[in-house]
Design a protein around this ligand. Structure first.
Ligand code: GLN
Length: 260
C-alpha cells in the first residue's frame, strides 16, 4: 500500500483520529521506503501507538525515547512540571526531587532541565520503564544528577524538598474501555489504580509524608473526577495547603500539598 491516499483511508477505517498526520509521520519514519511503510502501517492499523512505532515522544520540548513496556508521556502531565515551577520560582534552588513511578523519566528530566543544580531520585518497579528512564536522562545529559532505582516506590529512602508522581489512577474496571492504543498496548501497571482508582494515592500519602522534608511539597497527577477524593486523602494524612492545578482543558489535573 505505497499509495498515500490508500494508506490514509486504511488508517481511517481502523478508527484512527488523525489518519493523514499518522500516514505522513509513518512515511517519514520509513524513510520513504514503500515496503517499510507497509510494515509500519500494519502495526498502526492494529492500533499500536504511534509513539511506540516511531520510538519517540515529545514532552516539555524534550524528545523522549519510548517503546513497549513504558507509559507514553501525555501533554496533561506537563501540568505537574508547571505546578512545581509555580511553587518554586527560583531556578537556582538546589532542590532534592523524587519522582515515584517515573516511567520514561519525563517528569524528573523536565524538572532537572529547569533547575540546573537540583538532584533527583526516580523509581520505577518496571525494569523496562527504568531502562527507558536511564536512557532518557542520559540523552539529555542529566544522568549525573539523577539516581534511577528499579524498585517499588515504597523502597525509596531519603529526604526530599519535592516529590512528584504520575501514579496509576484508572479504575481497574475502566481499563478495557480506554482507547485500544492504551488498553491493548500500554503497561497496565502504569494505569491500574485499583477498584476505585485511588489505591496509589492512599499508599503515596503516607510514603510521601515520610520522604518530604518539613515544609516540602508534593505534586501528583490525578484523573478526571478524582480531585475531591485525593485532596481528602492528603488532608487526612496531615498535609496542608492542599490545592489543585488545572490542565489546558480546564480539568483539575494535579494535586499540590505541603508537609507542615
Ligand atoms: N493519563 C493516562 C490515561 O488517561 C493515565 C495515566 C495514569 O494512570 N497515570 O490514559
Amino acid at each position: 500500500m505505497s499509495d498515500l491516499l490508500a494508506a490514509v483511508n486504511a488508517l481511517r477505517d481502523a478508527g484512527i483520529d488523525n489518519p493523514r498526520l499518522d500516514a505522513r509521520l509513518l512515511w517519514a519514519h520509513a524513510g520513504g521506503d514503500p515496503a517499510r511503510f507497509d510494515a509500519l502501517l500494519v502495526r498502526r492499523r492494529a492500533r499500536e501507538p504511534l509513539a511506540y512505532i516511531v520510538g519517540r515522544k515529545e514532552f516539555w520540548s524534550l524528545e523522549f525515547s519510548v517503546g513497549p513496556g513504558v507509559l507514553i508521556p501525555r501533554p496533561d502531565s506537563e501540568t505537574v512540571v508547571e505546578a512545581v515551577l509555580a511553587a518554586f520560582p527560583d531556578r537556582r534552588l538546589a532542590l532534592d526531587i523524587a519522582d515515584l513511578g517515573t516511567g520514561t523519566g519525563c517528569l524528573i528530566a523536565a524538572l532537572l532541565a529547569e533547575y540546573p543544580v537540583a538532584r533527583g531520585v526516580a523509581a520505577d518497579s518496571s525494569p523496562a520503564a527504568a531502562r527507558y528512564a536511564a536512557e532518557n536522562l542520559k540523552r539529555f545529559g542529566l544522568q549525573t544528577r539523577c539516581w534511577i532505582d528499579i524498585s517499588d516506590w515504597g523502597a525509596i529512602a531519603g529526604h526530599f524538598d519535592v516529590v512528584v508522581s504520575n501514579p496509576p489512577y484508572i479504575k481497574t474496571g475502566d481499563i478495557p474501555n480506554l482507547e485500544p492504543e492504551v488498553a491493548l498496548f500500554e503497561p497496565h501497571a502504569a494505569l491500574d489504580g485499583g477498584a476505585d482508582g485511588l489505591d496509589s494515592y492512599r499508599e503515596l500519602a503516607l510514603l510521601i509524608k515520610r520522604l518530604l522534608n518539613p515544609g516540602g511539597r508534593t505534586f501528583a497527577e490525578i484523573g478526571v473526577g478524582q480531585e475531591k477524593s485525593v485532596k481528602k486523602i492528603l488532608q487526612t494524612a496531615g498535609f496542608i495547603d492542599v490545592t489543585t492545578k488545572a490542565d489546558l482543558a480546564g480539568i483539575p489535573r494535579v494535586v499540590c500539598a505541603q508537609k507542615p
